[in-house]
Design a protein around this ligand. Structure first.
Ligand SMILES: C[S@@+](CC[C@H](N)C(=O)[O-])C[C@H]1O[C@@H](n2cnc3c(N)ncnc32)[C@H](O)[C@@H]1O
Length: 326
């Protein structure tokens, strides 16, 4: 990581919920890709709740990796029996077979470790799999930040006409647009490299049906399914996610699910900060509970004590949050 991780924050919780809601939506309307879920644990293993209760990955197919023993220990406490790997993420990836979901919450720039991690993952992605990356929005330097120069040039070329060109004069728009377009292109490029033509498959010794399906050249380019921004403590962050889907599986249901994403409030969003974020979190907890999610699951998904949620539910019954706009 290029910055010190400040730990769990309310905007981060909200952004996590948004990302996982989008993935859940896509899979609900098409199919669950199965395989393994892999994430970086982080000191508090906060993704355990969403992996488990929103994406419904079984404990034996979930892997949390961290080079810090604290993160691995937290994962095992939060979810007894979960697979963990203490060490580098690139070694952790080697421990799993096929992958249905991966989130690389490095909170840094797209350095060699991230490139290599994506390279390792791409051979294992199952049809329908989603790969997400959380990056640092800031401190990029021409000539220093990996790929930044290419990202700037590509974004400029992509937005050379129309109203977008004028908006590129605005520094903040230009930077965030460069990050979104740049990271989407980088991720896509690295993911596409892995799809080998059939002749190369036998050279690599991959014979089983699943591997042939995974590495078929008919695998269409990955689809951008999520873009989000939030401020974690003092650091601005961005999240991007792509879904891989072979051409043969891009049916009506999938296309409809993708189109619906544009109407989902969660799919492309900034998470609020400060007091607004706290109100949004309370409302989210109340809404998940009202939709029928058990209290213990809401608590686990949001990393909040069940008793606190019970108190928020009581406030909701009294109409406290109705008056609060978010
Ligand atoms: C931002 S935290 C992850 C937080 C987690 N996603 C959450 O929501 O709670 C990033 C973690 O990645 C770990 N990390 C960074 N680079 C790593 C690498 N190359 N291999 C293994 N772990 C790494 C850090 O130790 C840190 O705990």
């Amino acid at each position: 990581m290029s910055n010190q991780y400040v730990g769990e924050t309310v905007p981060k919780k909200l952004m996590r919920l948004q990302l996982y809601t989008v993935v859940k939506h896509l899979w609900k309307h098409t199919f669950h890709p199965g395989g393994w879920a892999v994430t970086l644990a982080g000191p508090e293993a906060c993704e355990v709740g969403v992996l488990r209760h929103m994406l419904r990955f079984p404990v034996e197919k979930s892997m949390l990796v961290d080079r810090d023993p604290g993160g691995v220990a937290a994962a095992q406490t939060k979810w007894p029996g979960v697979n963990t790997y203490l060490g580098d993420i690139r070694e952790g990836i080697e421990k799993v077979s096929s992958i249905g979901f991966a989130h690389f919450d490095f909170m840094g720039h797209f350095n060699d470790i991230i490139s290599e991690t994506v390279d390792l993952v791409r051979h294992k992605l199952r049809p329908g799999a989603v790969i997400a990356y959380t990056y640092l929005r800031g401190r990029e330097m021409t000539g220093k930040t990996p790929h930044w120069d290419t990202m700037q040039a590509e974004t400029k070329a992509a937005l050379c006409d129309g109203p977008a060109r004028e908006r590129m004069e605005d520094e903040r728009f230009r930077l965030d647009t460069t990050r979104s377009i740049g990271y989407a292109r980088l991720l896509r490029q690295r993911l596409m490299n892995g799809w080998l033509p059939p002749s190369e498959k036998s050279v690599c010794g991959r014979h089983d049906l699943e591997q042939i399906l995974l590495s078929t050249p008919k695998m269409a380019p990955p689809e951008l399914v999520f873009l989000g921004r939030y401020n974690s403590g003092r650091s601005p962050m961005g999240v991007i996610a792509m879904q891989v889907m072979p051409d043969s599986m891009r049916g009506t249901r999938w296309q409809k699910a993708i189109r619906q994403l544009y109407n989902l409030p969660e799919s492309r969003n900034d998470a609020p900060s400060g007091e607004e974020a706290v109100i949004a979190m309370k409302k989210k907890c109340v809404s998940l509970r009202k939709k029928g999610m058990p209290l213990s699951e809401v608590a686990s998904v949001m990393n909040v004590e069940p008793s606190t949620i019970t108190a928020w539910l009581a406030h909701d019954t009294r109409g406290t949050y109705e008056a609060m706009a978010v």
